[in-house]
Design a protein around this ligand. Structure first.
Ligand SMILES: Cc1cc2nc3c(=O)[nH]c(=O)nc-3n(C[C@H](O)[C@H](O)[C@H](O)COP(=O)(O)OP(=O)(O)OC[C@H]3O[C@@H](n4cnc5c(N)ncnc54)[C@H](O)[C@@H]3O)c2cc1C
Length: 376
């Protein structure tokens, strides 16, 4: 239980969602710091507590090795024998494996490579320079922590989502939730494929509620380079589009803040918040480096913070597309009696966050119950 939080997170990680936002059906955070951010240990305890409160018959330590259609339902092979079920809910997570670019084998062997699953804390890294690849939640958090450890960090930045930690006196995720942005339904989103691929926001849960955007990292001495495009003769080649991706992220953040302000004005919420704020454009180095010789010794370690992907190697039902994603409509998978939960924008923008599961689960289990009733 809480396996991913026990085994697949680094030591210093805290949720980027504030504790008041951590809620599961029938369980809310009731600790002393609702505006703080839970540690990995606290998240694990929270999930364990939920298992007790819900009274669900949980069986832990069971690995499902195959699910196939059989006898009007599904036959499951597991590490503890076979099961038959008329319906199956796939809640195996969106982040089972780190995803790493195809060119990673071309990195010279003298450079150590790590993913967030193998990373625990900076002390495990050799001294010397570290190239962190990817500037979403994982990348910015690891870049900050490693730079603070005295290892000079270069951060390779592709498309990203910039957000301030707080806006007009509230956590930015308070705005996301109360303004309804996070509640937007999947069938109201203009470009659903794109929304489902959106990287995680540049946010970290710190005691001082500090913003961890690229300008903050640059102030700490982190070097910013563009998206890593290729390795040629031992050199990392970066895109020249750093300024553009930063301008785009600045623009999108401005639009989102405009939407919050508009909601505040029209909905009569201005009294609950401070005055509107605007933030300086991202400070982009001029010129940004376009290549880095990986044989020179400047970089001793690469940390791939290039995202995660699900693993459906055990699913023997033809419902996974060429990109490795499950085909589903709001969690109703393209095979009768098969359902999914916990995937990006499954039914709402908040679907992959802890606070998003309740509404999604209600809708999906409602469909499941009707399916069972119709067949009985
Ligand atoms: C680095 C990181 C930081 C995050 N930070 C936040 C945050 O701040 N706030 C927030 O709300 N959310 C955060 N999330 C998202 C978070 O993962 C989800 O909110 C939550 O963990 C999703 O729960 P889940 O049960 O859907 O998936 P998971 O937590 O991934 O759980 C899936 C479970 O299924 C198991 N499983 C997979 N395949 C099989 C199989 N074949 N047989 C048996 N079991 C299997 C896995 O072992 C795992 O235990 C973060 C995610 C990551 C990766």
């Amino acid at each position: 239980m809480a396996n991913s939080w026990r085994r697949e997170r680094w030591d210093s990680l805290r949720l980027l969602t504030p504790s008041w936002q951590s809620r599961l059906p029938g369980l809310r955070y009731e600790g002393p710091e609702p505006d703080g951010y839970m540690t990995v240990g606290e998240v694990t305890e929270f999930i364990e507590r939920f298992a007790k409160v819900s009274g669900a018959p949980v069986r832990t330590g069971v690995n499902v090795t195959s699910v196939r259609q059989a006898d009007g339902g599904y036959r499951l092979a597991t590490s503890q024998g076979e099961l038959h079920a008329r319906t199956v809910v796939i809640a195996s997570g969106a982040c089972n494996e780190p995803s790493v670019p195809a060119f990673s084998p071309a990195v010279p062997a003298s450079v150590e490579q790590l993913t967030p699953f193998g990373y625990h804390d900076p002390a495990q890294l050799p001294g010397g320079g570290v190239l962190v690849v990817g500037a979403s939640a994982t990348g910015v958090q690891l870049a900050a922590e490693i730079q603070r450890s005295g290892r000079p960090v270069t951060l390779s930045v592709g498309e990203h989502v910039r957000l301030p930690r707080t806006y007009r006196g509230h956590d930015v995720l308070w705005w996301m939730e109360t303004s309804g942005v996070w509640n937007q339904r999947y069938d109201e989103v203009e470009d659903l494929t794109r929304a489902r691929r959106l990287p995680s926001p540049q946010l970290a849960g710190t005691a001082g509620r500090t913003t961890l955007d690229l300008s903050a990292l640059a102030s700490m001495g982190v070097g910013l380079v563009g998206r890593w495009a290729a390795v040629r003769e031992g050199r990392a080649l970066f895109s020249g589009g750093l300024r553009n991706v930063c301008s785009l992220a600045d623009l999108k953040m401005e639009r989102l803040l405009d939407a919050f302000d508009e909601w505040g004005r029209t909905g009569g919420h201005d009294a609950e918040a401070g005055p509107p704020e605007r933030f300086a454009p991202t400070r982009v180095p001029e010129p940004a480096r376009l290549q880095l010789d990986l044989r020179s010794g400047e970089i001793r370690t690469i940390v791939w913070a290039t995202g995660f992907r699900p693993d459906y190697g055990w699913l023997d039902v033809p419902v996974v597309d060429a990109k490795g994603q499950l085909r589903h409509e709001g969690g109703v998978v393209d095979s009768p009696g098969l359902y999914a939960l916990g995937l990006p924008v499954l039914r709402r923008r908040k679907s992959t966050f802890i606070c998003g599961i309740e509404d999604d689960a209600r809708a999906v289990t409602g469909h499941l119950a009707r399916f069972l009733a119709a067949g009985s």
